[in-house]
Design a protein around this ligand. Structure first.
Ligand SMILES: [Mn+2]
Length: 360
């Protein structure tokens, strides 16, 4: 996309291409004079953020090596990946995952260049004070953000499927002397399939698939990556699903379905809260269901609610109505409400029932 001459009948594409071209040229110049680089992202890294961080680490390492090999007196450059929390154990298959520095082990606090991937700086958790001390900050993100303007360079494109797709542009740009190899491809493919649900979500474009094809040409174990990411589950996650299914209920018209994760259940199966990933999706795609709800009793005084809609109800708007911190998309949203499960559950079911009746 970057190197190609854009079609002149498409002014928007021309603008976007030039911006990407300028961004990557600027970044190459910045990296050439940097002695220390920080790579960070959202406080709990997901497949796209950790995959993109590791791929960028490799790309920067290659570029630094190429720049320094031409310099008369080459200077050293350190590159550090750190997030608030370490990636979950099931990302252990990613090449070079061990180079990620646990936050507690970080000794350096000032960096020349700081990259914030897949999130705004407000979502970096404990890394934020270190981001604030970076001499030059770069945000590469595909979420709409209020804070991107705080960075020296903001490359934010909400129309792109994943940050991994954006990182691929480094490999196409003439200023970057980097080679795509299987390790980078494994990391970027992880980001692509994580954020597109294996190319099922509407964010998937022809470019997403053409990048995926280029990644496959390096010989990566793409079936293995998908198994690690989406199919393998700890036994505790299965027990959690078993417990949630026991609470399965639906309304009189069979259009609304819900389940409950109680504190008792979490404790009994020794599951971590994030191990409920995927349960709500299964609920939402039950035939005839228009709205799915998962109530999560994470403490005795508040209930986290995950919502999915097949389109009849805007659950993002509903979540924002229920709580100022609630939000999400029309079809996938969530909020946390103060109160006990016994109070919150009937209230939310009744309000969503009213929304459904209004849509009829
Ligand atoms: Mn992402």
């Amino acid at each position: 996309m970057v190197a190609a001459v854009p079609r002149c009948d498409d002014r928007v594409a021309l603008l976007a291409t030039m911006q990407t071209d300028q961004i990557l040229t600027t970044l190459q110049e910045k990296i050439a004079s940097a002695a220390s680089i920080l790579i960070t992202g959202q406080y709990n890294p997901d497949g796209d953020s950790i995959g993109s961080e590791l791929a960028l680490y490799d790309i920067l390492t290659q570029q630094v090596r190429a720049d320094r090999s031409r310099a008369a007196s080459p200077s050293a450059c350190t590159i550090t990946i750190v997030n608030d929390t370490l990636p979950p154990a099931h990302y252990g298959f990613l090449p070079q995952i061990e180079i990620v520095t646990p936050f507690e082990h970080l000794t350096q606090t000032a960096f020349d260049v700081g990259f914030i991937l897949d999130a705004g700086r407000d979502r970096t958790g404990r890394v934020l004070p270190i981001v604030e001390q970076c001499r030059y900050t770069v945000n590469i993100d595909h979420h709409r953000s209020r804070l991107a303007s705080q960075e020296n360079l903001a490359w934010v494109d909400p129309d792109v499927s994943s940050v991994a797709e954006m990182i691929y542009a480094f490999l196409e740009h003439p200023a970057w002397q980097v080679t795509l190899h299987a390790d980078i491809a494994t990391c970027l493919y992880t980001g692509l399939i994580y954020d597109t649900g294996s190319f099922r979500y509407p964010s998937t474009t022809a470019r997403t698939l053409s990048i995926a094809a280029k990644l496959l040409e390096t010989g990566i174990d793409f079936a293995g990556i998908a198994e690690h990411l989406f199919l393998e589950k700890p036994f505790a996650a299965l027990q959690l699903l078993q417990g949630v299914l026991q609470s399965l209920q639906r309304n009189a018209t069979d259009e609304m379905i819900w389940g409950v994760i109680t504190q008792e259940l979490l404790h009994a199966v020794q599951a971590r809260p994030e191990q409920d990933e995927g349960i709500i999706t299964q609920y939402a795609f039950t035939q005839g269901v228009k709205v799915a709800i998962l109530f999560k009793e994470y403490s005795a005084t508040e209930v986290k609610i995950s919502l999915r809609s097949r389109g009849a109800v805007d659950v993002g708007r509903f979540a924002r109505q229920m709580s100022v911190e609630g939000g999400g998309h029309p079809r996938a949203a969530g909020c946390t409400l103060p109160g006990t499960l016994a109070e919150i559950k009937p209230l939310v079911i009744q309000k969503l029932q009213e929304e459904l009746v209004r849509r009829h």
